[in-house]
Write a protein that binds this ligand. Structure first.
Ligand code: THU
Length: 164
């Protein structure tokens, strides 16, 4: 597989550094008056374009949106569907790991997305999305029947989320 947005080989280091640079710039735009924790994200699309996002908080706290989803929604609304890598920069001492909700939303488009995660000093780690989110909710896997509503017959609880 090849493409402008591919993150492999020699491109890998360059992509990671560039994405984190963009993520740190995006962090400057964060609107985080409540948590005071700013986050920036930069998402590399297969087209080669990079989409930035920052967290946008709200007085009604639950309405706040993370930087990663802002970047993804900007990109998808511009017609992008294929993504290669994401850089995330946070204000904290620890590498900024995306929350579970963002991982689920990102996995919709690429469960193998490469993640470059930085702390406030610019130190970073590289992860793959499916390392962090081992089970994704997929409607296809639910095999929902037309008369399924309210039917709890056959409810089984198994250990593996894959077998649910
Ligand atoms: N936040 C992000 O934007 N991305 C993350 O990966 C983790 C958390 C935001 C949400 C909220 O505005 C603030 O950081 C504190 O949780």
């Amino acid at each position: 597989m090849s493409g402008v947005g591919e993150v492999s080989g020699a491109n890998r280091y360059l992509s990671g550094a560039k994405l984190l640079e963009e993520a740190f710039s995006a962090k400057e735009k964060a609107y985080a008056p409540y948590s005071r924790f700013r986050v920036g994200a930069a998402l590399l699309a297969a087209s080669g374009k990079i989409y930035r996002g920052c967290n946008v908080e709200n007085a009604s706290f639950g309405l706040s949106v993370c930087a990663e989803r802002v970047a993804l929604f900007k990109a998808v609304s511009e017609g992008e569907r294929d993504f290669a890598a994401l850089g995330v920069a946070g204000d904290g001492e620890e590498y900024c790991v995306p929350c579970g909700a963002c991982l689920q939303v990102l996995a919709e488009f690429n469960p193998q997305l490469v993640l470059f995660l930085a702390n406030r000093r610019g130190e970073s780690v590289e992860k793959r999305l499916d390392e962090l989110l081992t089970a994704v909710f997929s409607l296809d896997r639910q095999k929902v029947s037309s008369n399924a509503s309210g039917n709890r017959q056959g409810l089984k609880i198994k250990n593996s989320p894959e077998g649910a």
